[in-house]
Design a binder for this molecule. Sequence first.
Ligand code: BEZ
Length: 215
Amino acid sequence: MSEVVATPMPRIGDVAPDFTATTTHGEITFSEWQGDDWVVFFSHPADFTPVCTTELAEFARRNEEFTERGVKLLGLSVDSIHSHVAWVQNIKEILDIQIPYPMVADINMKVANKYGLIHPGESSTATVRAVFVIDPGREIRALIYYPLANGRNVDEVIRLVDSLQTSDKYVCATPVNWNVGEKVIVPPPKTEEEVQDRLNSDYEKLSFYLMKREL
Ligand code: BEZ
């Protein structure tokens, strides 16, 4: 039996590790399945557990909002494909929700180890609640980690996607608690000339280094 070796945890700016795996939508090779889309790749600790069920269902309810943003959802846990299939059926029965996105069956932790999803201080057998936001160039753009007992906030994942896509499109940053439609942050000046340009602009000026503008 070949030993699975944990690689260093991928970080922001790294290329998302590629893999081939069995999913509830058949076998996929991540890079091919992604195509030219963004991906929100998220792990949960275990099938048939209460917090995970609420998360899976909420990602399913909000799937259309991800699709509108050019984002594919992909789930994963250290469970068998039979468990995933049975859980998807159970969620349909108890919540009347069809899970529209694939879930990776990672019983041998091959993908979990590539993505650094086992945090032994929390659990050596289950993946933590991780979210990787991966752009169309397969670059990891953001990471979120939550522990086993606490569910994530899907509003925040969508807000994060909006922030990243807005920063890319308009070459700007987004302030705390930013939401679509609100002013964005002008990148701080790097030259004296840029300071003057900003001071002469109609931006909202809080300081020479903190200016906001409408999109
Ligand atoms: C849950 O999803 O409810 C859960 C999973 C693993 C550990 C604790 C809670």
